[in-house]
Design a protein around this ligand. Structure first.
Ligand code: ZN
Length: 292
């Protein structure tokens, strides 16, 4: 139906209190799997790539496949570049046709984060309807999750949020609230819900202005996800879980069909396993049937 940017999808999601899954893909089979699953559920979709596959496969190649799949699908779909720390590569992907770009200058000092984020926002907006995601605070790897949650300085400081958003002009915003990349080491990771609520009210308490992103979706307990959606989380990033599913399903298929040499059957097994994960997330986020 339509190629859209993330802001369009997420303004509606925030208003209507559901969230859109942002699923990391590393190859064609994963891209097809997420599109097919979202079409089956009539759900809006954000496909995202990290910088590594965007360089390895080529941003223009990924965009060409994305456009082909999105134009044939009866749902709105966005292609997002995740956690790019390089302003020039953000610009390259904007030119290639990504429809949302994340400039992650969160490890820089506050003023420098603003400067780099502003540079990408100016470039993307000048190109047309390309939206931009910025981050404040550090979304860590799981190795550091507990340390980060207990260290206030690593989380997003609500007192800086309005200034950051106003000075950068960013379209969607990722505050560090204690979620982490990878697989959580505890079944109940510590998340700073109060901080998230405060930020949500600051930005969207009087009309939706800047939708919020939650990183580190893999392994978050369903109750935590639902609570964050209710507090205004509109985009949930899911990456690690899909990489594990890809590798485990390839391994399982090959070990149980060791004398077969038919790559198509491996692809089919991967696609089926990944689609099950996407259905789970779409249902949990409440975005099934929201494509209209
Ligand atoms: Zn992330």
């Amino acid at each position: 139906m339509s190629i859209v940017n993330a802001k369009e999808l997420l303004m509606k999601a925030t208003r209507e209190k559901y969230a859109v899954g942002a699923f990391n893909i590393t190859n064609l089979i994963l891209m097809e799997a997420v599109v097919e699953a979202a079409v089956d559920r009539k759900a809006p979709l954000i496909i995202q790539t990290s910088v590594t596959p965007a360089k390895f496969l080529g941003a223009r190649v990924l965009v060409a496949i994305f456009r082909e799949l999105a134009q044939a699908a009866p749902i709105p779909i966005c292609l997002h570049l995740d956690h790019c720390t390089d302003v020039e590569f953000c610009k390259l992907c904007t030119d290639a046709g990504y429809t949302n770009i994340m400039i992650d200058a969160s490890k820089q000092a506050f003023e420098e984060n603003i400067r780099q984020t502003r540079a990408v926002v100016d470039y993307a907006h000048a190109k047309g309807a390309i939206s931009v995601e910025g981050e404040l605070g550090t979304v860590s790897g799981v190795e550091d999750q507990v340390k980060v949650v207990e260290n206030e300085a690593a989380l997003c400081n609500p007192a800086q949020v309005v200034e950051f958003v106003e000075k950068t002009g960013v379209d969607i915003f990722a505050p560090a609230i204690g979620t982490a990349h990878g697989v959580y080491k505890t079944p109940d990771p510590k998340i700073d819900f109060d901080r998230f609520e405060k930020i949500s009210l600051l930005l969207n308490g009087h009309g939706v202005k800047v939708p919020l992103v939650v990183h580190g979706g893999t392994g978050l307990p369903p109750a935590t996800v639902k609570r964050l959606v209710a507090l205004g989380g509109a985009k949930f990033n899911v990456s690690t879980e899909l990489k594990y599913t890809l590798i485990d399903s390839v391994y399982e298929y090959i070990t149980s069909h060791r004398d077969e040499y038919d790559p198509g059957k491996i692809d089919k097994a991967v696609k089926a396993s990944v689609k099950e994960k996407i259905y789970y997330w779409i249902d949990l986020l409440g975005c099934a049937g929201r494509a209209a």
